[in-house]
Design a protein around this ligand. Structure first.
Ligand SMILES: Cc1ncc(COP(=O)(O)O)c(C=O)c1O
Length: 455
């Protein structure tokens, strides 16, 4: 056995590797052993170089190998490595102030956590505590949308609902979770082919759920402005503004999960700007540090935040030991500075348009691509066995594994989950690199189609 093979075996023996089956992984020669990263590229220990096609996990906004961020973390934690109990560090205050400036509307006051799941947990707790302070003690239910993903904690895993994240192991389903459809125009649950109607009917589904459950029992609606798990579901333009109106009508808070859409992925600083709707509470994580340090957070509007000030019994009692880590705040501030200096949000928009054009062409040319969707640098292709009926291939054919292998052989690292091929490179991606990515996808699809006999 080579030293890499030994290391790979140790990984299989001693690590739970996210959600993957280690036997299958071993058969495929995995896991990939990452040695280093540079720009949009990663290199494995065998010396193979790949384009990081989904930015790690939708977080590597400024790309790999940014020494300035590593140095900012080093400098900060050499000085002070963590808050003291009931204290704050200047760097954390600077980050909170910065966020209040760059987030939309009057989002103003932040609670920091360590990732997206904890950010959403905090947002949901904040929403419920808000209603308690307002005297609405029965508002505890949360409405979320099918196909969304909001995290892996016991609470967040039951929100949304996506075939890639089964929940049978985690019983019982919390009784306060209510699920409604997602406005995916390619598969509108209301069988509408009109974007506007699909948007209206999906918003109405939220209103119907509020009325069915009883408005006095609903705390919040949570959703991503553009939802990634199904390949970048861009809602019809009327959807989120209408949902916001409905929320306001019934005294329900709107929480945007901007864990992926925040910090430039949609070609705007925040997804809220893209969908022209300001939430009451926003969760963020991933791109805030481009993954150089695990940071997430919950930012609340002035209206929400102010109910927690005043007498002692108004206080929001919520804490994690490692909230507000100064190393994380230093990483975030440097990351945001790089994004501003290099105009990466605008690059995301422009490269997103180029990517979109190429993916639409791929959809036209390939019999197994039913839809090309997304915006900015959250895009995806939906793989179908029949374009007319939109049926998926049976999972035992393993189209996703075949495609993953072909992409990898050509130097693009995207592990294709089920029937969606996600494409989300770092925001620094160049025009030539977009061409390279789409050429690899095009060639890989042709090879897979040949193997399936459907060319
Ligand atoms: C939209 C969204 N929300 C929440 C999460 C959970 O974040 P984390 O894995 O950092 O806990 C994710 C993770 O992919 C996500 O995509």
């Amino acid at each position: 056995m080579t030293s890499n093979e030994i290391l790979r075996q140790k990984a299989l023996d001693h690590l739970f590797i996210q959600m993957f089956n280690t036997v299958q992984m071993a058969e495929e020669g995995g896991p990939i052993l990452i040695e280093s990263g540079d720009g949009i590229y990663i290199k494995d220990l065998e010396g193979n170089k790949y384009i990081d096609g989904i930015s790690g996990m939708y977080f590597r906004n400024v790309g790999h190998g940014r020494e300035q961020i590593a140095k900012a973390i080093y400098d900060q934690i050499s000085k002070v490595s963590m808050d003291v109990y009931a204290g704050v560090t200047p760097v954390t205050v600077r980050l909170a102030e910065k966020l209040s400036k760059i987030t939309p509307g009057d989002l103003n006051k932040t609670f920091f956590s360590q990732g997206g799941s904890l950010a959403n947990e905090s947002s949901l707790k904040l929403a419920q505590a808000f209603h308690m302070r307002m005297g609405d003690k029965g508002r505890y239910k949360v409405i979320s949308r099918k196909g969304s993903y909001h995290g892996a904690t016991y609470h967040t895993v039951w929100l949304g609902g996506h075939p890639g994240f089964p929940r049978e192991d985690y019983q019982p389903k919390p009784s306060h979770v209510v699920t409604v459809p997602q406005p995916n125009i390619y598969r509108c649950e209301f069988n509408s082919s009109s974007e506007e109607e699909c948007g209206e009917l999906n918003a109405k589904a939220i209103e119907d759920a509020i009325l069915f459950e009883g408005p006095e029992s609903i705390s919040a609606v949570i959703g991503e402005p553009v939802s990634q798990p199904l390949g970048g579901v861009v809602p019809p333009p009327n959807y989120w503004p209408r949902v916001k109106e409905i929320c306001e009508k019934y005294g329900v808070l709107l929480i945007f999960d901007e864990v992926i859409t925040g910090f430039g992925r949609l070609g705007k600083w925040f997804g809220s700007e893209f969908v022209d709707t300001v939430p009451d509470i926003m969760s963020f994580a991933k791109g805030i540090t481009s993954g150089y340090f695990p940071v997430g957070g919950t930012i609340a509007s002035k209206r929400v935040a102010q109910v927690f000030s005043g007498e002692a019994d108004k206080t929001w009692i919520h804490a994690f030991t490692f909230s507000s880590h100064p190393g994380g705040a230093a990483a975030a501030l440097k990351n945001l500075e790089i994004m501003e200096n290099e105009n990466l949000v605008e690059n995301s928009r422009i490269r997103g348009e180029q990517l979109k054009e190429n993916l639409i062409k791929i959809k036209r040319d390939h019999p197994i691509i039913g839809d090309a969707r997304g915006v900015g640098l959250i895009q995806g292709l939906e793989i179908v066995s029949n374009k007319k009926t939109k049926e998926h291939f049976s999972s035992n054919i393993g189209v996703n594994s075949m495609l993953t292998e072909e992409l990898k052989n050509r130097g693009l690292w995207i592990r294709v989950p089920a029937f969606i091929l996600p494409i989300s490179p770092p925001l620094i991606v160049s025009a030539d690199e977009i061409e390279k990515i789409t050429t690899i996808i095009d060639e890989s699809l042709s090879t897979v189609e040949k193997k399936l006999g459907v060319s």
